[in-house]
Design a protein around this ligand. Structure first.
Ligand SMILES: Cc1cc2nc3c(=O)[nH]c(=O)nc-3n(C[C@H](O)[C@H](O)[C@H](O)COP(=O)(O)O)c2cc1C
Length: 323
């Protein structure tokens, strides 16, 4: 059966796309801790998708996935409609379940190219990109923010809802806010009311500062979204999506529980990427897993001083024997 947003169970719980975090390895770690209902790739430029050629079969790391991570939505960015059309066709061939367009990344270098959050200021190009992405006949969704420099939910989100998209994720901050200040979930009420008025088939996900299963339930109830997308919350609790009683326990997990999860991650990363993806990217996860127990900081420092997998395994081995 082809993937359809409308068929997902409610509330829909999505793992957010996060660059250098939600690769095939971390998506599998999260899936094993507790599956979300849908996964996203890290954002990838349309031209990188188009650079894949039959005579160069190696897929860029951002497009690598296994069946364990499905349904999986490929998130793309760029500003050229024809490239969106071609990239969408290619992503369909590669087996992705849907295409998401990044209209929210506020990074200046990217905005300057007229892409991502800059599209909030260029609604007609945003509409052309959506239309072009639809040519592969995969579900097309958009992830965006409530405005650029100020909240413009009615005008911007109203415009997007007029484009016949299958799903819309709204990070309830403006682009200029980046990750600062509180996420304004009240905006989701407005988004849902707009959807109910003009685009009943579009699934609405709210995003921003959600940290627990209880918060997902509470927010969906309170703001009437179809679901919630969670990003940084899984750093505090990789089991956040679990429905078998493990959610919520990780913040007080024992040292060995944390180190075991880190080691599974390290092993899967090594097995998957070897030398292909930079070992240094993995260090970001040391901070996530190694916190909240005696000796966490020291172990983290030792691991941060390593530059390859073997040295990291040795540090972990020595920590275990020294306990
Ligand atoms: C390290 C990191 C990388 C991110 N990369 C992406 C990305 O590739 N695409 C995207 O749409 N958003 C990206 N985001 C934004 C998140 O998807 C999400 O919208 C944001 O973190 C707010 O949600 P949260 O409070 O649940 O983390 C990234 C966020 C972080 C922290």
């Amino acid at each position: 059966m082809p993937f359809a947003w409308a068929d997902l169970p409610r509330p829909i719980r999505a793992l957010a796309p996060m660059e250098d975090v939600t690769d095939t390895v971390f998506r599998r770690i999260v899936a094993r801790c507790g599956r979300p209902d849908v996964f996203f790739t890290e954002f990838i430029h349309t031209d990188i998708v188009l650079a894949l050629r039959p005579d160069r079969p190696g897929l860029t790391p951002r497009l690598r996935f296994t069946p364990e991570e499905r349904p999986l939505i490929a998130q793309i960015w760029g500003a050229n409609p024809e490239h969106y059309r071609l990239a969408a066709l290619r992503l369909r061939e590669l087996g992705f379940d849907g295409i998401d367009i990044n209209m929210g990344c506020p990074v200046r270098k990217i905005r300057k190219k007229g892409a991502c959050a800059a599209l909030i200021l260029n609604p007609s190009l945003a509409a052309d990109l959506i239309e072009a992405a639809k040519s592969a006949e995969l579900p097309v969704s958009v992830k965006t923010r409530v405005g650029f420099s100020h909240v413009q939910t009615e005008e911007w989100i109203g415009h997007l809802l007029g484009q016949g998209i299958d799903a819309l994720t709204v990070h309830v901050r403006t682009a200029e806010q980046e990750s600062e200040g509180c996420a304004d979930w009240e905006q989701i009420r407005t988004v849902v009311a707009l959807r109910d008025a003009v685009a009943l088939r579009t699934v609405i996900l709210g995003n921003g500062d959600v940290r627990s299963t209880d918060q997902i339930t509470d927010y969906v109830h309170r703001y009437a979204a179809d679901g919630v997308m969670v990003g940084r919350g899984v750093f505090e609790d990789p089991y956040l999506f679990s429905t078998d009683g493990r959610a919520g326990r990780f913040p007080t997990a024992s040292a060995s529980g944390r180190v075991d999860l880190l080691e599974s991650h390290l092993q899967l990363y090594r097995e998957t990427w070897g030398e292909e993806r930079n070992y240094e990217i993995l260090k970001k996860f040391y901070k996530i897993y190694l916190t909240g127990f005696n000796g966490a900081e020291e172990l983290r420092e030792q691991l941060n001083a390593t530059h390859d997998y073997t040295a990291a395994e040795e540090v972990i081995g020595a920590w275990r024997t020294g306990r």
